[in-house]
Ligand binder design. Structure first.
Ligand code: BEZ
Length: 221
């Protein structure tokens, strides 16, 4: 049996099951907060994320950090849902340890996926893997159940809650208007407008770059 080292976990999963714009695959599963069904989250944002294994160092720091930021996600009408191949009882024992050791109660659901059904549907593990931990995938799912962004980190690098919140803020801010969030965008900073696709506007723009790179008027989130 292979020992799960970060490099082994990194090799095992492709993180390429879905594309941005795909409907998030429906699933029903047991979780630490009861039975969950993806479609029950329609109408709200959902961040569905996998972690390689319970009782591992980086994953523990991620869960502490996410639980501490739970209100910030809730304020954005966004639910969190975690998933790993570990059993429900493993999840419970780990959450109890996190509460006792770090004083943080993880209240968002952690799904058990021992048969890898959900992991395979989301590309967290490859079809070729018979027994595999997921990598650190994160799916940003919009209120219509559509995958809007995803990230994939190796087992040995933890995610940033600040970046998860920033991506969520950016997705929510560009919705419903022809605007774009530039590099390092933060709430309160200017958004960009969609470039024009009209030659007269290209030649008529004041500055050489103004036709494709300009702030959107009145669009600060
Ligand atoms: C972790 O620290 O989270 C971890 C380390 C090795 C393999 C999987 C997870």
């Amino acid at each position: 049996m292979e020992i799960l080292t970060p490099s082994a976990a990194q090799r095992m999963a492709p993180c390429a099951g879905l594309r941005i714009g795909d409907p998030a695959p429906e699933f029903a599963a047991r979780s630490t907060t009861g039975n969950v069904r993806l479609s029950d989250y329609r109408g709200r944002w959902l961040i569905l994320f996998s972690h390689p294994a319970d009782f591992t160092p980086v994953c523990t720091t991620e869960f502490v950090a996410l639980a501490q930021e739970a209100e910030a996600f809730a304020a954005r009408d966004c639910e969190l849902m975690a998933l790993s191949v570990d059993s429900l009882f493993s999840h419970f024992a780990w959450l109890r340890l996190i509460r006792d050791r770090f004083g943080v109660e993880v209240r968002f659901p952690i799904v058990e996926d021992p048969t890898l059904v959900v992991g395979r549907a989301y590309g967290m593990v490859s079809d070729a893997d018979a027994d595999s931990a997921t990598v650190r995938t994160t799916f940003f799912i919009d209120p219509d159940g559509v995958v809007r962004a995803m990230t994939c980190y190796p087992a040995n690098v933890g995610r940033s809650t600040a970046e998860m919140l920033r991506v969520l803020d950016a997705l929510q801010s560009v919705d419903g208007a022809p605007v774009l969030a530039p590099a390092n965008w933060q709430p309160g900073k200017a958004l960009l407008r969609q470039p024009v696709v009209d030659l007269e506007a290209v030649y008529g723009a004041e500055g050489a770059a103004d036709w494709f790179l300009a702030e959107a008027e009145g669009r600060q989130a």
